[in-house]
Design a protein around this ligand. Sequence first.
Ligand SMILES: [Zn+2]
Length: 425
Amino acid sequence: MKKIIFLFAAASIFVQIGLSAAPVTEKLPSGATLVFEENHSAPLVAADIWFVSGSAYDGPLPAGTAHLAEHCAFNMTKNRPAGRIDWDAECLGTTLDAHTSRDWIHYSCTVPSRYIEKALDILSDAVINPVYDEGETDIEKRIVADELSRKSMTPFSVMKDFLAADLYESNPYGRPIEGYPDTVAKITRDDLMKFRSTRLTAARCAVVLVGDITKEKASELASKYFTLEKGEPAPPIPEPKTPQYSERVVNIPYVLTYTGFGFMGPKAEDFDEVCAVDVLVTCLVRGGMGLINRAVKGDCLSDFLTSKGRGMITIGFSCKEEEAAANEAALLQVIEEAKAGVDPAVAEAAKRYLLGTSAFDNETFGGRASALGFYFTLGGPDLADKYIDGVRAVTPERVSAAAKKYLDKAHAKKVVFTAKKEAAK
Ligand SMILES: [Zn+2]
């Protein structure tokens, strides 16, 4: 995925969200949703266009179509030749950004407020009028292939893909966001055009505008530029089967051994559970100070991304081969202890960490627009603020209850990466 670059981050880093009005939503004539938050503390507007159209919705198109479409978004359009979109954006003093995950895809930039109409002209052109020129698309396919090969050098990312494949099986969350080398290679222009006409539609879209702009102007500009086809709302994510414990050992010549467990977590609509699980995974691994960090000798991972369907909780570590068995026993012991009870001071520190991270993420107009759009795709932009109260309300007892409910080894998947030759099933 492309790197987040907010050219105006330095200028807007001190934006005080306290000065902003609460977010409002409005249905645009196209059927898309405008999510708007007025804030005049800096002369900037963040525009962020979100669609409930991530990789989980790729089928029946080839796996990786949403991600490749994101890569092609800022290429040639019906109105702009190759290179012109980025050039036009840079003339406004900004860079365009786009990301794809399992649930969503989004396109964003932050500009001085006097340029917001031009920015929306560019973003809407990228979304509505892509040409998917074959030469340009081939270049992007090579960039995606390069991303896939770089990902293979980040063991915990590879680990998460393996665990997702085992945990979700045929559920769409089991596929990697980028697809597979062979499915990406066979994506055609036709597939990309189908993606655009069926996934980048009004029924799945939020136009998020945050900053130095009035509600009337935001509504007028979003209606004028985002004349998307209506389309159908995103179908529900299928309920995954209850997983049963299994493990596999994979022979990959990383220097260290990697051990990971995948557990089925809650879905976004169970938002209180999401907040409790976020506190739980933060208690387990928080910087170098979590409960697992204290027990395991090596780098530790504990991760949960809020998702529309049931999200995966990943817990793992890397270490020398000869220390793996003792570390695994220590990790499982920490999980059992968390089920029995969590020290209130540890839970409090985890909550402070999450609230601090969330406050930091919401500090810039771009970060705030991103949070509102992210939660729009998961159920509603109001969840961005409910998250604060939700985390505050989590008690140590609820952290333990979440550990009992979700970290059940009988329903987990285990993956080990070892450089040893005798890799078994
Ligand atoms: Zn990418």
